[in-house]
Design a binder for this molecule. Structure first.
Ligand code: HEC
Ligand code: HEC
Length: 412
């Protein structure tokens, strides 16, 4: 990210907040005041269809994004608390449909070569299988593009590996303005999109007016991004079979798992040698709640959250993205340093480095105290490592990788 785009995004954030403030204070106390301002329709009219079908393959009745059927372990209090969807930007079917079109539209980049999907590929779990992604002029991004699956369950609601975006609404405009990624000025973008007939229809149906604004672009892209959830993996089916698990440390064997997958699950949740994956990746959505250090090196060239906050105790802390569909999203870590899941497991088993900010869960004392604590390694056998890799593969939801509701809607 450039300094410039950081600054302008900050300005935009202030702008968004003031808009919300104005809209809340202008209609007193109505619960759906935001809805009054931005009302969405349920389906496209015939006239709408004749315009959008020149460019887009969309059904007259949009897909169900606002109320998808979720398994029970996605409906717990814990899952609701972790959900970072703001009150003012609840998902609507039309809002997410607009978001889907924006997500796949190369018009969002200055030279019409790059869309969000260029670096967040559905078949790669909305990540990029390259170590670094290629932007509009062929330059490389600084970090690896991570999965967007289940990002709505990242509890503190901050985005990017270094958590520099305070909200998803703020984040989604940053790649557009980033000079390496899409290189587009937001004012120019509004004018450019306003000229495209299909956007008049899509903005009208999503927000009750055909006017294109960067605020509405941010809301719609966030709705689409938050709608992407993985709920149909072998792991999910196992959870449904065993019923509610109060304490994940006591995760029972799953009847639909092989012996090897159950062994891997045991290592994931109960750990070995005092170390476990549970504390940092263990929620039913396999997302953690804040940036941490997992001891990739003694000395990081990229200081992650610390670079952004300027506080040494934040050096080398990185966001913990969801492990859902992790088998599809190689390479791994913020710098894409590991090519395979076995490389990742070898790290936790044998190579964790004692960085000054190494999280206490990867140290010998797990009560968070300083002092005697030493770096902890799981020291897994080859059989155990292979089992853990097999377990990680059970987190793959095949459907999310091809589901039309998340796919490219453009005709060519
Ligand atoms: C040129 C490649 C590229 C393009 C285009 C791109 N991204 Fe990204 N995206 C990345 C990279 C790389 C990261 C990680 C950067 C970082 O954390 O510093 C990222 C991170 C993100 C994240 C943060 C996820 C998280 O869990 O914190 C979101 C959300 C996201 N992108 C959405 C989008 C959207 C929406 C668009 C289109 C408007 C887009 N991206 C366009 C490469 C790209
Ligand atoms: C102390 C917390 C912590 C523990 C314990 C932990 N991880 Fe992680 N994990 C992280 C962090 C932080 C990252 C991102 C680090 C980075 O990119 O610099 C991460 C990243 C990953 C990734 C790559 C994600 C991606 O999208 O690139 C995988 C896979 C992973 N961990 C698996 C595991 C497994 C398996 C275990 C147990 C053996 C485990 N982790 C234990 C904190 C932890």
């Amino acid at each position: 990210m450039t300094k410039l785009s950081k600054k302008s995004t900050k300005l935009l954030h202030t702008f968004l907040i003031s808009i919300l403030f104005v809209s809340f204070s202008s209609c007193d106390g109505g619960e759906d005041d935001e809805m009054d301002e931005f009302s969405s329709t349920k389906e496209f009219s015939d006239a709408d269809m004749s315009i959008i079908s020149q460019t887009l393959n969309l059904e007259q009745t949009p897909f169900n994004y606002e109320n998808p059927s979720l398994p029970n372990h996605y409906k717990t209090d814990e899952a609701n608390e972790a959900n970072n969807t703001p009150e003012e930007n609840q998902i609507t079917n039309m809002g997410a449909t607009l978001g889907r079109v924006l997500f796949y539209d190369k018009s969002l980049s200055a030279n019409n070569t790059v869309s969000c999907a260029s670096c967040h590929d559905q078949s790669a779990a909305f990540s990029d299988n390259r170590k670094f992604s290629i932007g509009l002029n062929g330059e490389l991004t600084r970090r690896n593009s991570m999965t967007l699956i289940n990002s709505r369950f990242y509890e503190n609601g901050k985005f990017f590996w270094d958590e520099r975006a305070a909200t998803l609404e703020e984040q989604v405009l940053m790649p557009i303005e980033d000079h390496i990624e899409m290189g587009m000025d937001l004012n120019d973008l509004q004018v450019k999109l306003q000229d495209l007939d299909y956007y008049k229809v899509l903005f009208q149906n999503a927000f009750g007016s055909e006017e294109v604004t960067s605020e509405k672009i941010a809301l719609a892209l966030s709705q689409f991004t938050r709608s992407i959830v993985a709920v149909d993996s072998k792991f999910d089916r196992g959870m449904e079979l065993v019923g509610p698990v109060d304490n994940e440390e006591e995760m029972p064997d799953f009847p639909n798992f092989t012996e090897q997958e159950n062994l891997g699950m045991d290592i994931f949740y109960r750990g070995r040698n005092g170390g476990t994956c549970l504390y940092c990746h263990g929620s039913p959505q396999h997302v953690n709640d804040e940036a941490k250090n997992n001891g990739l090196s003694l000395d990081y060239t990229d200081n992650g959250k610390g670079e952004f906050t300027g506080r040494p105790e934040h050096n080398a802390l990185f966001k913990v993205p969801s492990l859902r569909n992790i088998a599809n999203s190689a390479p791994y870590m913020h710098d894409g340093r590991f090519e395979t899941l076995m490389d990742v497991i070898n790290h936790y088993s044998d190579q964790v480095e004692d960085h000054p900010n190494l999280n206490f869960r990867l140290k010998t004392l797990d009560d968070g105290e300083e002092g005697e604590a030493e770096v902890l390694r799981l020291n897994l056998s080859q059989t155990e490592k292979e089992a853990l890799v097999a377990f990680l593969h059970t987190l793959t939801d095949e459907k999310v990788l091809t589901d039309e509701k998340y796919s490219d809607p453009f005709l060519d």
